[in-house]
Write a protein that binds this ligand. Structure first.
Ligand SMILES: Cc1ncc(COP(=O)(O)O)c(C=O)c1O
Length: 392
């Protein structure tokens, strides 16, 4: 259905979802769906989690918003908690992933100017996705996202993902580079996993060249891959980390975290946001962090992902058109050999919510709280559809 009063940015939207509980969603006709997408990596704790609903309701009854002219205790507390789980030193709050990345790009530019680089330039990757604002779509590596919005924002050079030699070449030829912005796993790009030592090598190159290492953990963060942040698998520390999505479990919040050489770069007057870090969003996000800790959801995310990948590999091992099944934690991609958009509506029809990205990849981003039994239900719906798709 295309609405008369809404700009048609999302195309035709088939179901009207009206209720959610745990890993289940219901539409307006009462039909139930298993959620294999978490609202695109947002509702990691599932829907209508009691602790989150209670924290939001309680804060809303006291104070939702007051502006950043005033001290906000929950904002300070949330920043401290995020620093503790990340190893970073300071946090700026915005409202979305794109805004978190905008803050990172501004930090990189100031960092460059502070080092007398006249045109500070950030290395970004082929196939990357960093958002839909002008700077973040310019940083993204997808023509689809950029087309029609030229002139693009300058100050980016592009490199192939997962190729550190290419970065070494750029270092030799471009004295204007001040930072690298990269997703630890490319989500929108098709769950593209780099080599295990990629982040470690990136850290080394950044150190050698005095570049900031800036990781976009908007999708991979907040326990989704089995650690609080994905870079923690690689045992490195970036200079800047951006996150959003799962941080609020549905409350719109984004955060740009900075440590080492980057934490003190933004100073009064450099950046701001009316809503960023308001009492309501911070209360919701603080509750999310508490639940992740108390329910041991990093561990759970790792197990859910492993189970799903194991079962998919078992079911689909001899399906010719399945080229690869990959992922980490609750980020799973099934690479098919041709566009598979129709699988979205077929899955929906069968009571399962999935996503198709990069044309040929079935992307699963289930809630971190998914039970073993629910992973069985997910596989029992999805595998036959993929097998049948193979035969179509
Ligand atoms: C890695 C990454 N960065 C940035 C964004 C943009 O986030 P938002 O849509 O909240 O602006 C996304 C959204 O999918 C993302 O996956």
């Amino acid at each position: 259905m295309i609405d008369k009063a809404l700009m048609n940015t999302y195309g035709d939207r088939s179901a009207t979802l009206v209720k959610g509980e745990g890993c289940w969603l219901w539409d307006s006709a009462g039909k139930r769906y298993l959620d294999g997408l978490s609202g695109i990596a947002v509702c990691g704790l599932g829907h209508s989690h009691d602790s989150i609903s209670a924290a939001i309701a309680e804060q809303a009854s006291k104070l939702s918003h007051c502006s950043n002219f005033f001290d906000i205790p929950g904002q300070r507390e949330l920043a401290e908690e995020l620093c503790m789980v990340s190893g970073m030193d300071k946090v700026f709050f915005g409202n979305s992933g794109a805004e978190a990345n905008e803050a990172a790009i501004k930090i990189a530019r100031l960092y460059g100017h502070n080092r007398n680089i006249k045109t500070p330039t950030v290395i970004v990757m082929d196939n990357a996705f960093h958002g839909r604002t002008l700077a973040t779509l310019s940083a993204s590596g997808s023509r689809k996202v950029q087309a029609g919005f030229e002139p693009l924002v300058s100050g980016f050079v592009r490199a192939p993902f997962n190729d550190t030699d290419a970065l070494k070449k750029i270092a030799e030829n471009n004295p204007n580079i001040c930072a690298v912005l990269v997703e630890p796993i490319q989500g929108e790009g098709g769950i593209i996993m780099p080599a295990k030592d990629y982040l470690y090598n990136l850290r080394k190159i950044c150190n050698q060249n005095d570049w900031l290492l800036m990781l976009d953990e908007v999708q991979t963060g907040n326990a989704r891959t089995g650690k609080y942040f994905c870079y923690q698998h690689a045992k490195i520390l970036p200079d800047v980390v951006t996150t959003s999505k799962g941080l609020g479990n549905g409350i719109p919040i984004g955060a740009c975290l900075a440590g080492q050489h980057a934490a003190e770069i933004l100073q009064p007057g450099n950046h701001g946001s009316t809503f960023g870090g308001n009492p309501l969003c911070c209360a919701g996000a603080l509750a999310v962090l508490k639940v992740i800790r108390e329910e041991d959801l990093m561990l759970r995310a790792g197990r859910v992902g492993k189970l799903i990948i194991q079962k998919l590999k078992h079911e689909l091992s001899d399906v010719e058109h399945v080229l690869d099944i990959r992922g980490l934690g609750c980020m799973v991609g099934i690479q098919l050999d041709r566009p598979c958009k129709s699988l979205f509506s077929q899955a929906l029809e069968s009571g399962l919510i999935i996503n198709i990205t990069a044309d040929c990849v079935v992307r699963l981003l289930p809630p971190l709280i998914m039970t073993d039994e629910q992973t069985d239900i997910l596989i029992s719906i999805l595998s036959p559809l993929i097998k049948k798709f193979d035969r179509d």
